[in-house]
Design a protein. Structure first.
Lengths: 260, 221
């Protein structure tokens, strides 16, 4: 009996420790909260070349990663990458598995209900990609066609506006790979990602650029001070030309300025 | 964790789409089990054939399939051979599952066949039956009865393994759950819902296997 009580006590203490440990963040003097007070832990998928991709040593590189590291440096914090599958990133930010996500998230109302967005750090847009022998050009041609997209991306909503045959993959690259190897009729993805895949030898060609979108850093809603610091850092990086420089390094053009 | 009423509301709202997904999961599972039994029986017979070459073929097959993850096999059938031959996604998934199950089922059947007493075989032979006839009439019926419990296990495993078809964009239960979950930023609710559907399917499958077991046990009474 005594043993039983002790056992319950000990196990409940262990459970409580575990439960509280995952929610605990360190509070800084200015009121912003970080998982570790001298680190900026930012999430990306590593499956969205050239925005984020995996190196041979399993670290990530890419446009998003360099922006994340520049922001961390601007805030005097050590940048720490955290790899999360794209569809799990918003959930990961909500539950505190990373301080922020620099992962090409398009600003949209559904996401805004769950997380906060910084100011946009680049401007892009979804584009239709098809096989080289395809007749599909515009969104009107998509009706009744099978369109593949990445799970959790805004392109899934875009696609379902034009067709009811939507297929979902874990990443944009897998979707493009399937398209290239003869499956589905089209893929909707970011135009830079599609263009890169085309350069890498995928048998695809671009169609209509559907609309413009703004990509921003994702932060938890209960951390407004950190949001302010991130926005200030972004503004500095914009002014001193760092963002432009990173963009030209990866794309040969500046996608960080709002298009006219 | 989502509240129960929220869970229940979503469960009701998504009934239609999940039932459709459940049908696909069921199709994948049934096709892969039936093909798996055929493949498994063939390789089990090769293994006990006492012909060195055939035994070796069976060994290599079992080693390759048991030695690699199912998700790798699915991707090989889906992407790997697409340059030579483009398998439709349903067949890429169910063939991978069938080949995978086949290896495990062949080992289950081989064990069951070898567990039948030698005297049974000798008795059949001394009654003037040929080797094949003895195998078909005497050995296999007894072996199959012994193999049923582990086979039932394998069927349940293959039902749940069919969730890996999600990675090649098949709209079966798991893919529908994670897609809806991430669209609504509500993963947990949808994962719990999909767990309910899998439990339902497993209950159905257990029931069927138990019925077959009862039927085959007639001779024990």
């Amino acid at each position: 009996m005594l043993w039983n009580k002790k056992f319950i006590l000990v196990s409940s203490i262990i459970v409580v420790c575990f439960l509280s440990a995952c929610a605990e963040k360190e509070k800084l003097e200015d009121g912003s909260e970080l998982i570790n007070k001298n680190q900026f832990v930012f999430a990306a998928s590593g499956e969205f070349k050239p925005f984020s991709y995996i190196n041979d040593d399993l670290t990530m590189s890419g446009f998003d990663i360099e922006v994340g590291e520049a922001i961390a440096k601007e805030m005097d914090l050590e940048p720490v990458q955290k790899r999360i599958k794209f569809k799990g990133i918003v959930e990961g930010i909500k539950t505190g598995r990373a301080d922020a996500a620099v992962a090409s998230h398009t600003i949209n109302p559904q996401r805004s209900k769950h997380v906060s967005f910084s100011t946009p750090y680049y401007y892009s847009g979804p584009q239709i990609f098809t096989r080289t022998d395809s007749k599909i050009k515009t969104v009107q041609d998509l009706e009744g066609k099978e369109v593949a997209v990445a799970k959790g991306s805004t392109y899934a909503d875009t696609a379902s506006e034009y067709t009811d045959k939507v297929k979902t993959y874990d990443s944009d690259i897998t979707a493009l790979k399937a398209l290239s190897s003869g499956r589905h009729d089209a893929v909707i993805t970011d135009f830079v990602t599609g263009k890169t895949a085309q350069k890498e030898g995928f048998k695809i060609k671009p169609g209509q650029l559907i609309n413009r979108s703004e990509q921003a850093i994702v932060l938890p809603q209960n951390n407004p001070k950190l949001l302010k610091r991130v926005n200030e850092s972004l503004e500095k990086l914009r002014e001193d030309g760092t963002l432009t420089q990173i963009s030209i390094e990866y794309f040969g053009e500046d996608i960080t300025k709002k298009p006219e | 964790m989502p509240s129960f009423s929220h869970f229940f509301n979503i469960l009701m709202e998504t009934k239609g789409v999940f039932l459709k997904a459940m049908l696909l999961t069921l199709e994948l599972t049934v096709v892969s089990i039936l093909l798996g039994i055929v493949i498994g029986l063939v390789f089990a017979l090769l293994k006990i054939s006492n012909i060195k070459v055939l035994e070796l073929i069976s060994d290599i097959y079992v080693y390759l399939v048991r030695g690699t993850p199912l998700i790798v096999q699915i991707f090989i059938l889906y992407f790997g051979i697409s340059g030579i031959f483009l398998l439709p996604d349903f067949w890429a998934a169910s063939l991978a599952l069938a080949l995978h199950n086949g290896a495990y089922i062949s080992e289950i059947l081989r064990g069951a066949i070898q567990s039948v007493d030698k005297g049974q075989f000798e008795a059949g032979r001394s009654l003037g039956m040929t080797k094949t006839l003895t195998l078909r009439r005497i050995i296999l019926p007894q072996a199959f009865r012994r193999a049923l419990p582990p086979l039932g296990n394998q069927f349940i495993i293959s039902l749940k393994d069919s969730s890996l078809a999600a990675f090649i964009s098949m709209n079966e239960l798991f893919n529908v759950a994670t897609t809806l979950g991430s669209n609504n930023f509500d993963e947990m609710t949808y994962l719990l819902i999909v767990a309910v559907y899998y439990l339902l399917l497993v209950a159905l499958m257990t029931f069927v296997v138990n019925r077959i077991e009862l039927k085959l046990a007639v001779s024990d009474r």
